[in-house]
Design a protein around this ligand. Sequence first.
Ligand code: HEC
Ligand code: HEC
Length: 280
Amino acid sequence: MKKLTGILLASTLATPLFAEAVDDTLVLNEEIKMVTRTAAPAHMAEEVDEIISGWHFRGKETRAMQADDFDNPGMIFVEKGEDSWNKVEGSEGKSCASCHGDSASMADVRPVYPKYNEAAGEVRTLEMQVNDCRENQMGAEKLGYTSGSMANMTALLASVSRGKPVNVAIDGPSSATWEAGKELYYARTGQLELSCASCHEANYGNMIRADHLSQGQINGFPTYRLKNTKLNSVHARFKGCVRDTRAQTYKPGSAEFVALELYVASRGNGLSVEGPSVRN
Ligand code: HEC
Ligand code: HEC
């Protein structure tokens, strides 16, 4: 049984009930066996033994929806992403496919993002890279960072990588960004003085109001949420979680959220890419 960390958290966690991650196996379309729990990567082995996908903390019906593409409401948006992949846009008369070929050829991309880009000298999220190609390769308008059309594209790029293990680099030129993200993850903020770790490391498995707390992994993004019936991007989710702690939040696409994304992604190194996943 996990202990709650302090009075502040106890006031938020109205019913501190513990319920284990559900023991279940995710086989996608009766074909791809997904890694939804595995040993924690070395960099966090002192804090957590095992990393577990958010899929294990959802109810039976929600889990089943994700196991079959015909039942997964997120797959409609993948189709929209595919249409936009093939659509010529911008001053150069090109589509994504003109340069990259089939979307399936991008299968090794999602697992390693956020990733350091040598020429730009920065760590880039997938959204940043998509917009860089739109602007500088196609002469097209950037997409809104958390817009539906961007989420459709990231859902497409995730979908072709499903089953591959998340494997973001945290060393070399990525290390400063990773450290900055780690600091944000453990920083206690807001009136409630909660960090990401207060909920997703110290209390996963506990109930918070009616919700079963997961490790806050991002291997399933973008996620189709039953609550708002659309795809939700990583930074939109971060924003929602920070707001819940009554702290000032950062903007989607900000340097802070990019760093936080790299760090949180690295806490899932070894889990299968699941996007678009289905969540509450
Ligand atoms: C004119 C050619 C061109 C077009 C059109 C283009 N790209 Fe790119 N794309 C590139 C090049 C070149 C790179 C490598 C750039 C780099 O590393 O800085 C790249 C890299 C990428 C990457 C990162 C791959 C990796 O292995 O890290 C993604 C993701 C990507 N493009 C997505 C898209 C999407 C989505 C579109 C359409 C909206 C698109 N690209 C349109 C040329 C193009
Ligand atoms: C007060 C507790 C609390 C704090 C603090 C908190 N979250 Fe969450 N978070 C939740 C709840 C509740 C959910 C929905 C249930 C779940 O998936 O854990 C959630 C969901 C998530 C998810 C979705 C997981 C999935 O599988 O779809 C991510 C990612 C996430 N949080 C990241 C963060 C990050 C990063 C921080 C710090 C900036 C943070 N959270 C802070 C309570 C919290």
